[in-house]
Design a binder for this molecule. Structure first.
Ligand SMILES: Cc1ncc(COP(=O)(O)O)c(C=O)c1O
Length: 396
């Protein structure tokens, strides 16, 4: 890959040097933070590439260049949040257009689709994206795009990215992939045929649980131009400081993702063997549905593990007893976080629909960070033990 006149064999090198070469005045290694809202003209009708920071900002441009390369697209467009990015991507469609979506979506995506965009005339159909024949059969008059999460949030269902993109091309649909769970370090949907990739940069790209951000990356220049126009027209842009934090996060993306993934593999095995855990959803485990498909389209299983406790009533005790792992609604950062999807991240999905996709109140979702693996295992172990102690007390 080529970036700012330099050639790299690996995305690791590009990521580690994110933002290098952007300062032409002094050769700053860390990209400068341009806080200026506007840029004065050199002469009437002549500026230096930037006029107003909603339209373009040098720190944001440095971030967008790196993101486009990492996702193997032609153009990245940064937003103030992952939801602003999803919303901008859906801005490509209009009333009457149908979008075929994964049936186990992040609750915020579902909320945007059903409570904001459906009233504006877009129609969303939900199916299990793992089966291409089912996708083919679900395409109807008016279907304009596929919206895919793989692995899904939180049940870790796997879609066939290559197969889905082929179906989409046959029917003239766009393929949109929310790649937040994997990050470009592990999965690059554009290389598998997708047209647009969406990232909640709040997660793995930022990596430190200290910013909210998002991006859409387009495979082709024309779509990229349209997204750039939407970015400028709607104005949901990230500030320069957040762009710089993202550039800094990206420098360690691969190291963090790989380290967290190693620990997640060990913790998933531990949980799968634990008597108080009834099910573990993690594509790294033998027997996870479509595991081979996942490993054929991604570089690893990632660091998010969902699991069900045998006893739903034990969930509050378990979550309350954790000491190192923090009960919080996010993922992809250096700190391990755990959430209860049915009452937290996915609370806006009606109970009937949660039940239909298999999302139960016994399910918790763990985002593994980069802490010591044994500290994390010990924490899970003692919190699970606490649930059997409290059950013993209740039975006494
Ligand atoms: C898969 C997925 N997509 C999109 C988002 C939204 O991102 P943000 O919170 O940055 O708006 C999230 C947030 O949890 C997510 O998990």
């Amino acid at each position: 890959m080529k970036h700012r006149g330099r050639r790299f064999r690996s995305a690791r090198t590009l990521a580690a040097q994110a933002g290098v070469g952007t300062d032409r005045s002094y050769g700053a290694v860390s990209a400068p933070i341009y806080l200026s809202a506007m840029y004065h003209y050199e002469a009437f009708g002549k500026h230096r590439g930037f006029d107003y920071s909603r339209a373009a900002n040098p720190t944001r441009s440095a971030l967008e260049e790196v993101l486009a390369e990492l996702e193997q697209g032609t153009r990245a467009v940064a937003f103030a949040s992952g939801m602003a990015a999803v919303s901008a991507a859906l801005g490509l469609f209009g009333p009457g257009d149908r979008i075929l979506c994964s049936d186990d979506l992040y609750g915020g995506n579902y909320r945007l689709f059903e409570q904001v965009l459906r009233p504006l005339g877009l129609v969303f159909d939900y199916i299990d994206m793992g089966d291409c024949a089912r996708i083919e059969a679900a395409v109807r008059a008016g279907t304009k795009a596929l919206f895919i999460e793989t692995p899904t949030n939180p049940l870790m269902k796997i879609a066939d990215l290559r197969g889905a993109a082929k179906v989409a091309k046959r029917h003239g649909l766009l393929t949109l992939v929310d790649n937040t769970f994997m990050s470009p370090a592990l999965q690059r949907p554009i290389s598998l045929g997708a047209d647009l990739v969406i990232q909640s940069a709040t997660k793995f790209l930022g990596g430190h649980n200290d910013l909210i951000g998002g991006a859409v990356i387009a495979a082709d220049a024309k779509l990229g131009e349209r997204l750039l126009f939407i970015q400028k027209a709607v104005g949901a842009v990230p500030g320069a400081f957040d762009c710089w934090l993202l550039l800094r996060g990206i420098k360690t993306l691969h190291v963090r993702v790989e380290r967290a993934q190693d620990t997640a593999g060990m913790l998933a095995e531990f949980l799968a063997e634990h008597a108080l855990v009834s099910r573990v959803f993690y594509p790294g485990l033998q027997g996870h549905p479509r595991r081979e498909l996942h490993l054929a389209q991604a570089d690893g299983p990632g660091s998010i593990i969902s699991f069900e406790l045998r006893n739903a009533a034990a969930v509050p005790t378990f979550l309350g007893a954790l000491r190192t792992i923090l009960l919080a609604e996010s993922l992809g950062g250096v700190e391990s976080l755990i959430t209860h999807p049915s009452s937290m991240t996915h609370a806006d999905i009606p109970a009937k629909e949660q039940a239909a996709v298999g999302l139960t109140s016994r399910l918790v979702r763990l985002s593994v960070g980069i802490e010591d693996a044994h500290d994390l295992r010990r924490d899970l172990e003692q919190a699970l033990r606490a649930t059997s102690r409290s059950r013993g007390r209740k039975n006494a």
